[in-house]
Design a protein around this ligand. Sequence first.
Ligand code: MIC
Ligand code: SF4
Length: 680
Amino acid sequence: MGLTLTYKLLSAHLAEGKIAGLRQAQSSRGGRDFAKCEEIGIRIDQTLTQDATGTTAFLLFESMGAGRVKTQLSASYVDHNIAGFGPENQTDHIYLQTAAAKAGVYHSRAGNGICHQVHLERFAKPGVTLLGSDSHTPTAGGIGALAIGAGGLDVAAAMAGGLFYLTCPKVLGVKLTGKLNDWVAAKDVILKLLSILTTKANVGWVVEYFGEGASGLSVPQRATITNMGAELGVTTSIFGSDEQTRKFLAAQKRENDYQPLAADADAEYDRVIEINLNELEPMAACPSSPDNVKTVSEIAGVRTGQVGSTGSLQVIIGSCTNSSFADLMMVAGVLKGRRINHMVEFSIAPGSREVLNMLAENGALAEIISAGARVLESGCGPCIGQGLSPADGVVSLRTFNRNFPGRSGTAGDKVYLVSPETAVASVLTGFITDPRELPKLFGIKYPKIGLPSEFVINDSMIEKPLSEKDAAKAEVIRGSTIVVPETPTQLPDNLQGQVLIKCGDKITTDHIMPAGRFLKLRSNVPEYAKAVFNCFDEKGKPTFAERAMELKKKGTAGIIVAGESYGQGSSREHAALCPMYLGVRAVIAKSIERIHKANLINFCIVPIVFAEPGDYEKIRLADRLEIDNILEAIKNSDEVKVIDKTSSFEFVGKLKLSRRDRDILLSAGLLNYTKKGQRY
Ligand code: MIC
Ligand code: SF4
């Protein structure tokens, strides 16, 4: 049997563990047993960091004492936190710029674009491994890179030359047949897949696209699909590298980076799903989860209902999912010579300065502006709650990848995720509209946008790193708002704790650690930690942070109890780092998502999974829990016994840990583990 592309790339980068043996062991057991799975360690060729996670990553990289990066290429982007409310943002940018120059890292300045879009344009190549401190790093899977999102500390370790460790994944083959019809977009492919697989229970899989339908998609279309694969919770998503890839790289004047890559013709996948592109129709993820998918025709007509005001509908086209040159050219083609509906507030945020520049040069931007659009800077902006929060009750249609509750900055928001085609159709009508109606409603023909033969290349906002000689003399400027994060302390053998919060299923890292107006505090853990779980705080009652601090002062550990898929969404390690700062030592959940679990371990919070999911029901808020001999269990066992001293019952918690996870927990976190002379 032949190999999948995923396994080929993993094998080419394998430094520890075995791939084939592990798969055999899995199938002979007839299922997956994570506790017994050995991990694999792979070499990382490229890394990517962004400002919101990168400040911590660089601070941790510095404290590893590694000096210069050991990767083939590392790039640092400033894209999340660029509005500059207060001095914190620019202080972070200056630190990142000077730290990157010294460490041998490329630095893409604020305004140059969203990390994933710029990385795809300028640096990503087929066949490399890319580790990024952002969950949408798999965007580069669209160009045939094995691109994985991770916490900042894992990325810092890779920058220092360390391996990246992961459970050898299973591979889901998605066979694409047929061809997308007019007005149906790449976004609809990934929304369809989300409707099949949902955001839960996909941990440990890689999605690999193949088939004649895949060959017909351009690199930016593929990147939309691999980008939003993050919402499935999979390790990554990947397309092969073919003529489409060569064309994209040639247009980016990087044809030398091209190499053809594909799975073997007889590759064996662990599961195959077939999607016929001909049969797809426009889709939308309805409030408030990326897997709450319906067809646009089912929800057509939805709007806020305040006729006569711009509060009828908010529409934003942007984010790392859907802000490519082709996306915005299509939008310009539809809007050409028209006016947006007067009840709509419409904004665009081109994904990179390259895209913005090209739209400006060819006149498309003028078409979009004269139709009535607001133009935002090339950056994450409203996708991470940095502005344009909708008014209470206002329906917001966005081409983004996440619509977790409140992520827009408005509690109780109603955010729908759609393709640029659906977004622009709704801009014209003032309500959610199936774009296939546009020819009938307005006589608009689908603007078919191919790849330009040449992109306008201007790398002047990407600063090259200093030479080793110059770097030795260069100063890293660390302003006063930047606070070096604390490292965890050793776990006690007898863990006495109290349940600080009991939450339900699908708790995202946005619930745990809000972004939006708190984002500027990323480089100041003591301040940022005050916002942990603030979406669940009740008026007039002590906040989660206050209760946790109170407990910490008494020497009692904080414990988080949760349902399924705890820690979905972003890679932000602050969702572990800040709870750690507040004294949280364990999370007990029905299941925990991959990146978040790794972050918990890196910051010495023990991830425990209910052996019997029914035990979740028996625990109550503020119950006192005891786990005796926890160190011994972490060392040698797959289980811990948890005693609920308040409700007087016992239950078993599973420790789904690799040998290395165990060593990291016993060393009080990854940083201490590396300081003990262990390999990264
Ligand atoms: C996101 O989309 O949630 C973010 C903001 O890009 C995060 C990273 C972060 O929290 O800084 C992600 O996707 O990892
Ligand atoms: Fe930025 Fe949004 Fe993409 Fe995250 S998902 S990297 S916040 S654009």
